[in-house]
Structure formats: C-alpha cells, structure tokens
Design a protein around this ligand. Structure first.
Ligand SMILES: *Cc1c(COP(=O)(O)O)cnc(C)c1O
Length: 445
C-alpha cells in the first residue's frame, strides 16, 4: 500500500503515434535527446527526479540563505547525525561533487581502490585522482538475496598483488547501483570492515541508496528480522570511516550531496573541508541553497520511515511482477530502484552489434511514450556483457496505472518484435565512455 496521497500534481500527456515517431527521429533515436514534455512515463533515472513531500516544501520556505553558519546547515547536520550517525560533514552540490572532495583527499597517484562495483562517476573520480578503480563483486546466482556484496577475498588478493600500502580505501556501494541495485548484507559490511583493518585502509561506504539497502536487510538478513529500518540504516553505516552521499537518491531531494567523516579523523576532515571550499562552496552550504539543505534534512528522515521505504522498494518489485506476467525476461530479484530487462533475450533476432537494447528503448517510446535507458553495447562498447535495458522508478512519483501502462507497452512491443529494426550509429562523441548520452543512430532497413 502506498504511504502517501497526491497533494500537488503535474499534467502529463501521451503524444499521438505520429508525433512520437517524429520526436524519436528528431532525437536521432537517442531518448536522452527527447524533450521531457514528449515523454509519458519517464523511467530514465531516479536521480533527483522524485516528488518531495509537503513537509519538504514547507521546510524550503524556512531556508536560511546565510553564506556562513546558516541554520539550515545545522538542521542538515542534525538530520545526518540522527539518521546516519555522522556528525562531521562536508556538503556538496551533488554526489559527484562529494566524490571529488572525498577521493581527491584520499587517493594518490598509483594507488588502487577496490569497490563491490564502482558507479561510473566514482570510477571517474578515482581515475581523476590518479588511482586505479578495481571492481570486486561476488559471484552470485539469480535469486540470491545479497547479490551486491563485496568479494573480500578478491580485495585480499589485490593487496597481495599490489601491496596493502597502495590501497588507501576499501569502498562498498549500497545498494550496488551498477549491479542492478542489488543489496549488500551487514555480514558482508562487517567482513569489509575487517579487511580494511587488515590493510590499514579506510572503509568508505557510498551511501546513496542506504535506506533501500536497510530495507532489504530487514527483509532478508535473519539477524535483523523485526528491527526497524532506521536502526539498520545506522548499524550498516556505523562500519564506515567515511560516507559519500548523493541527496538526489535517498536524500529524497532534487539536488545536493555530502561527505561524512568520523569525529577523530581531524586531519582528513580538514583536507576534505578545504577541498569542499575550493570546489563546492563554503563548508556550511557546499553549492546548495539554504532551502536545498532544508529539503534534504527532511528527506533523509523520511527515507528511513518504514511506510515510505516499503512502498518504494515494493513498487519496483510490483513493476517487475507486471512485466513477468507478460513474459518479459527481467533480472531477479528486482533491486531497490529499477527493473532490468534482458533485451538480448527479449529481441533475439537483433544481434549485439545492432544494439538490441536500444531497439527496445526506441520501441518502448514509439509504442507507449515510455522512456528507459540502454545499458548494453551502446553504453559499454565492446564489452561482452548482457544487453540490458533499465527501467528506473522515480520516488513517490508514479501510480499503479503507470506501471500497468509500461507492462502493456511491453506486450505491444512483444507482438511486433519480428518487425523491429536493429540500429547503427551515425554520429558519436570522442569519448567512448560517454557515447550513449549523445550518440545519434539510425534504424537499419
Ligand atoms: C548517483 C550516484 C552517484 C553520483 O551522484 P550524483 O548526485 O548523480 O552526482 C554516486 N554513487 C552512486 C552509487 C550513485 O548512485
């Protein structure tokens, strides 16, 4: 049951078929180029796209826009301490700003940073600091409860290979965004803590989806059966020496982020703070307006309220179930923020070089005005991986009818699947890593 009702709404419209075909053509068959106005159900990302609560909007009016020492910053500090257990923070304009502050202070040339799986901006900031990001996901089977876990043995092997002194930090990303939003168990976080201690490295938690992760722990890890999401949220973060956060995710805000540092880590805090001032803004706002600080302060408290987080994670599962009912192959169990569809399996007649994921993304828009994102050959050129399409649910935004519309759209696409074309790229940017954002394509005859 959804734990909220609508108080303010935004009209959306499904353009007619002819208009959808024209928009898609004009967008170069890349849905990043579509006007949001032309999209009916927008599942491109859950980053900063959710609905704020009436309490958040009320707090926005109380925003204290003082440059230094703003009351809104104190409110944010108090919320982070209560909800996440960190009393020293460096604010930033969004998650990657916080990553720049943190990894720039932590990582030096020639060092290695293991992570269960690096999110793309994390990887980029570690490289930017001269380091080498190393992915250490566990091997798992479909249906396993904690497929997001860190392979701590792989971290030990890395240390044996390169030397523990060249590993300044072990990172765990909860949930594991790049691995289908799969959760990490607290048992695994304890092992990560132990490995970090062995290597004399810091343990960093990328906490972007800490509330979703805590909900999964409450559901799936026997030791925490019956415990509140709020106390699990604190327990999991208590393992970390530092956290890095995007307020656009479980901050339930449209913008913002921060780094959290332990009280006794003075030198490191000071380094991070100075980088914050240099890149983000003074240390009591960090690139956010006072009202943004307020919105995130309220959002963090709401994120761990059981009725909210339950309806959030269960809505993702609900979309997964609706898709399975019309025989769409998805990754199971569904993660915390998105459903991942195996487009290679759904459109077997389109070979990898002709972008089956993008063919599905284009067909979803053409048939139902649904915007999804390709995470296959277009986004990761030349990598031998599954051809996935991600359907990401913004928080507190869509209702069951929208999810049903998405499932019906899939059913219509399935009926036409033999006719769907593959695609070729006609224009792409110089950096291959960024090509799915701006490449232009053309359907093959
Ligand atoms: C979104 C995200 C980031 C970056 O945050 P932005 O606010 O988009 O800059 C970093 N790590 C993870 C795991 C994320 O999901």
């Amino acid at each position: 049951m959804r734990a909220y009702k609508a108080k303010s709404v935004e009209r959306i419209e499904l353009p007619d078929r002819e208009a959808r075909e024209r928009h898609l053509h004009e967008a170069g068959y890349n849905v990043f180029n579509l006007d949001a106005e032309a999209v009916f159900v927008d599942l491109l990302t859950d980053s900063g796209t959710g609905a704020m609560s009436d309490e958040q909007w009320a707090a926005i009016h109380r925003g204290d826009e003082s440059y230094a020492g703003s009351e809104s910053f104190q409110n944010l500090e108090a919320a982070i301490e209560d909800v996440m257990g960190f009393s020293r923070i460096v604010p930033a304009h969004q998650g990657r700003g916080a990553e720049n502050v943190l990894y720039g202070a932590l990582v030096s040339e020639g060092e290695y940073v293991p992570n269960n799986t690096h999110f793309d901006t994390t990887r980029a900031h570690i490289v930017n600091a001269g380091g080498e990001p190393v992915d250490c996901p566990i091997e798992s089977d479909p249906g396993d409860p904690f497929q997001g876990n860190l392979d701590t043995e792989a971290v030990r092997e890395l240390a044996n290979e390169v030397g523990a002194e060249r590993i300044p930090a072990v990172v765990v990303t909860i949930t594991n965004n790049s691995l289908a939003g799969q959760p990490v168990s607290i048992a695994n976080l304890r092992e990560a803590r132990a490995v970090a201690d062995e290597l004399d490295a810091r343990l960093v938690i990328d906490a972007c989806r800490f509330a979703e992760n805590a909900y999964f722990v409450a559901q799936r890890e026997a030791e925490f059966d019956g415990e509140s999401v709020a106390s699990i949220a604190r327990e999991q973060l208590s393992m970390a020496d530092a956290i890095v956060m995007s307020g656009k995710k479980d901050g339930l805000a449209n913008v913002g982020g921060f780094v959290g540092v332990r009280e006794n880590d003075d030198e490191f805090y000071e380094q991070a703070r100075q980088r914050g001032i240099l890149f983000e803004g003074f240390s009591t706002y960090g690139g956010m307006a006072g009202r943004d600080l307020e919105a995130m302060a309220v959002g963090l408290r709401e994120a761990v309220e059981r009725p909210y987080i339950e309806s959030r994670v269960e809505q993702v599962a609900e979309l997964g179930t609706l898709l399975q009912e019309v025989s769409v192959p998805i990754r199971t169990p569904t993660g915390g923020h998105a459903v991942y569809v195996d487009a290679g399996e759904f459109l077997p007649s389109i070979p990898r070089e002709e972008f089956p994921g993008q063919a599905l993304v284009c067909a979803l828009y053409e048939e139902g005005g649904v915007r999804a994102v390709e995470l296959g050959e277009l986004a990761f050129p030349g990598e031998d991986r599954a051809q996935l399409v991600r359907l990401c649910l913004p928080r507190r935004t869509y209702f069951r009818d929208h999810l049903e519309h998405v499932a019906e759209t899939f059913a219509t696409v399935a009926d036409r699947r033999e006719e769907l074309p593959g695609y070729e790229i006609v224009d792409e940017p110089a950096m291959a890593e960024l090509r799915h954002f701006s490449a232009e394509l053309r359907p093959l005859d």
